[in-house]
Design a protein around this ligand. Structure first.
Ligand SMILES: N[C@@H](CCC(=O)N[C@@H](CS)C(=O)NCC(=O)O)C(=O)O
Length: 228
């Protein structure tokens, strides 16, 4: 059997890595995964700043290359080129958009503002405090209250850019959904998941039905796992 043409460098616990494995799985593109944490030796061997994920492209035009492609939005564009169907892009006018590039705008909102608000501000401190076991739930809530307020603001703003029903841009699943889902799946797994609005909860229920979501769930924080 021919080995997969791609290797994803990154633990399933990494939300950006899950976005990439979600897309590859959804498009039926086979890959190997090297489950390492950020700033590990392997992460630095593949990414100049030790971040996750990296996509290693083993072959290009019949030539063995082992090309390292970093940064999830660059990887997403490459995946769209090698596996255009099923599409993860949208058309002008889908959902609340006027031009299709607003999907990348949404993706950038999620990466630049959502990741810090969800993971750095709330999920990681909550999980670290819970695992440490020294603070009560009320004390943890007090400690992270300012970050939760910021997270609420992020969620309100992101929801205002979503179609009122269906996926982020209505009927079509897109990269916007695949970037947002891993973050909110982690959030839903901690007590602060209670701030998710009915629209976001309903959207997550819809996402949960995707085969790719089911197949990439193991070893994520959303099911209580810890890295790698
Ligand atoms: N701009 C990067 C961000 C990726 C990123 O933040 N990955 C996280 C793991 S989910 C990471 O490696 N974090 C290391 C750190 O924050 O130092 C991308 O889009 O790929």
């Amino acid at each position: 059997m021919t080995p997969p043409s791609f290797t994803v460098i990154g633990t399933p616990f990494s939300t950006f890595t899950r976005t990439i494995t979600l897309a590859l799985t959804h498009k039926g593109i086979t890959f190997n995964q090297v489950r390492v944490v950020p700033h590990s030796d392997t992460a630095y061997e593949h990414h100049p700043f030790g971040f996750l994920p990296t996509l290693v492209i083993h072959e290009l035009n019949g030539q063995k290359v082992d090309l390292k492609l970093r940064e999830s939005q660059a990887i997403a564009r490459y995946i769209d080129r090698v596996g255009p169907e099923p599409t993860l892009t949208i058309a002008d006018g889908d959902g609340l958009t006027v031009v299709a590039e607003q999907m990348w705008e949404f993706v950038s909102f999620v990466g630049a503002y959502g990741f810090p608000a969800v993971e750095k501000g709330v999920v990681k401190p909550r999980v670290a405090a819970t695992d440490q076991g020294t603070l009560s739930d009320a004390e943890i809530r007090r400690t992270i209250a300012p970050a939760v307020a910021q997270l609420r603001a992020f969620l309100d703003k992101i929801e205002a850019h979503m179609s009122p029903e269906g996926y982020v841009f209505g009927e079509k699943l897109s990269w916007a959904d695949l970037f947002l889902y891993p973050l909110l799946a982690d959030l839903r797994a901690i007590p602060e998941g209670e701030i998710l609005s009915p629209r976001l909860v309903g959207w997550m229920d819809k996402m949960d039905q995707l085969d790719a979501v089911e197949k990439t769930r193991a070893d994520t924080l959303s099911v209580g796992a810890r890295p790698p």
